[in-house]
Design a protein around this ligand. Structure first.
Ligand SMILES: CC(C)(COP(=O)(O)OP(=O)(O)OC[C@H]1O[C@@H](n2cnc3c(N)ncnc32)[C@H](O)[C@@H]1OP(=O)(O)O)[C@@H](O)C(=O)NCCC(=O)NCCS
Length: 172
């Protein structure tokens, strides 16, 4: 764990965005193909996790992306977007590479996320998770999140995201 570091992407760091997009491709392909099928995974990767989308989300849409490194190897990432009007922090992405799960990396990431929420004076963190993503739902509960809503989101091209909305109140 000592070798772990967390690095925030800057809006013009194309090299780091390409590295993160490649990590996302590996994690999403392995994890989501059994859940939603290869076609939807490919569609979502190109729509949400290309290097261009990531840089655009940082530059234009107020997202903050962080890569977790073990030494020099990227092993996880997360993205958040403060929603000051709602006093909320949207946790948009939360991923650890398969071989590095169960090492406490997500706990470390959540610590940083909670700090960001605290610094911005926000009341809670929220996320969406696929209803069939059972292990991750269990882990989110373990990390203190609770299910507050069911959400079906149309993402175009005939695809929908069938999710739970989960929430963690700051200070819990
Ligand atoms: C969800 C995910 C990010 C968790 O990352 P991780 O680094 O493996 O999690 P941690 O090791 O920090 O574990 C966090 C807590 O969950 C518990 N946990 C870990 N794996 C678990 C499992 N398979 N079942 C139940 N609990 C588990 C841990 O014990 C820990 O709790 P503790 O600190 O009280 O002991 C990771 O599993 C992942 O990337 N999953 C696939 C992608 C995904 O679905 N992401 C969420 C998208 S919405």
């Amino acid at each position: 764990m000592d070798r772990l570091s967390l690095v925030e992407l800057s809006r013009d760091d194309r090299e780091k965005a390409v590295e993160l997009a490649e990590l996302a491709r590996v994690i999403w392909t392995e994890h989501y193909t059994p859940l939603i099928g290869a076609e939807q995974v490919g569609y979502m990767l190109s729509k949400f996790q290309s290097a261009e989308c990531i840089l655009n989300d940082i530059a234009v849409n107020d997202y903050r992306y962080f890569t977790v490194y073990d030494g020099s190897k990227p092993v996880g990432y997360f993205a958040v977007r403060p929603e000051l009007d709602k006093k909320a922090l949207f946790l948009s992405k939360f991923y650890v590479e398969k071989n590095n799960r169960g090492r406490g990396i997500a706990r470390r990431m959540l610590e940083k996320i909670s700090n960001i929420a605290g610094e911005c004076g926000l009341d809670y963190i929220w996320l969406t998770v696929n209803k069939h993503n059972d292990t991750s739902i269990r882990i989110y509960k373990r990390l203190g999140f609770r299910i507050v809503e069911e959400l079906v989101t149309d993402i175009g091209s005939g695809f929908v995201m069938d999710d739970y909305k989960m929430r963690l109140d700051i200070g819990e």
